[in-house]
Design a protein around this ligand. Structure first.
Ligand code: BJW
Length: 231
């Protein structure tokens, strides 16, 4: 049975109105990542970090999946092999499009995490620095997001899937952030074919067997159609 592992990044949600990080006007050109996406930044100024993620949670709730998310959900449903999505995105647009086999390696906007005891619960629409953990009552509530220097989630499952993959496809990611940026090499080493679908050549484009460049809302449905007709 053919096994496909798909890595998605901010570019797949760009046409749903969610900002990318490193493009012109992207989040990291407007915010200092050391202040809003590190555990140290959160300790220095939890109110600022909550403000950043509250705004992104609002933006996410107002957005809808685009043709690329829908095409991947169709692939999972109709492809005669196994399709797994590993997403770096913290939005839930894959799930809202109908994808079920999704690992959120950088966490989700819909989760809250207690920095004191590790308890997890659904995030309210607006989180505040003074919110208390429902389990231990510490005022140490943070978004359930993986920041720089923290271990991404589901890594053992992801590495197992990469080792077993026949095809690895990266969609809408710049190839700047590890360990995700190395997945193409991990998959290729294990014998998988590799394909990049991105607006422009990523930093890791030369690691792929093939690459197609353009908007995800066009490239992904085209590729899914090819996979299903070959299927
Ligand atoms: C379109 C499009 C359209 C636009 N259609 N495409 C030195 C060397 C190597 C590694 C390190 C190092 N120093 C530190 C590290 C490790 C560090 C790291 O990688 N740093 C780099 C900056 C160098 N990584 C970590 O700390 C990670 N943890 C870790 O490594 O733990 C230790 C470990 C050890 C061993 C094994 C495993 C782990 C944690 C990383 C956490 C990343 N967190 C963030 C923020 C939190 C989530 C959030 O707030 O949303 O995650 S950073 C940010 O970058 C976010 C994203 O998920 C991530 C990736 O960004 P992405 O998705 O690629 O977006 P962009 O904007 O970069 O690119 C968008 C692309 O889309 C572009 O190419 C566009 O062209 C394209 N595009 N429109 C198609 N319409």
């Amino acid at each position: 049975m053919t096994k496909i592992v798909i890595l998605t990044g901010a570019g797949i949600s760009a046409e749903s109105g969610l900002g990318t990080f490193r493009d012109v006007g992207g989040l990291w050109t407007r915010y200092d990542l050391n202040e809003v996406a590190t555990p140290e930044g959160f300790v220095r100024n939890p109110a600022l970090v909550h403000e950043f993620y509250n705004a992104r949670r609002r933006n996410c709730l107002e957005s809808t999946p685009n043709a690329a998310h829908h095409a991947l959900a169709r692939l999972e449903k109709d492809y005669p092999g196994e399709v797994r999505i590993v997403t770096q995105n913290v939005d839930d647009l894959h799930e809202r499009a109908g994808s079920r086999a999704v690992w959120h390696m950088h966490g989700t906007l819909s989760g809250a995490l207690c920095a004191a005891c590790g308890h997890r619960w659904p995030a309210p629409r607006e989180m505040r620095a003074q919110d208390r953990c429902p389990a231990c009552t510490a005022a140490a509530t943070r978004p359930d997001i993986v920041w720089f220097g923290e271990m991404p989630y589901h890594m053992e499952d992801i590495w197992d899937a990469l080792r077993a993959a026949d095809l690895f496809v990266a969609i809408g990611t710049s190839g700047n952030v590890y360990p995700a940026a190395a997945f193409v090499q991990d998959a290729a080493r294990a014998g998988a074919g590799t394909l990049e679908l991105n607006l422009e050549p990523s930093d890791t484009v030369t690691d792929f067997d093939a690459a197609r460049h353009g908007p995800a809302s066009i490239l992904v449905p085209e590729w899914v159609e090819e996979m299903l007709s070959a299927g």
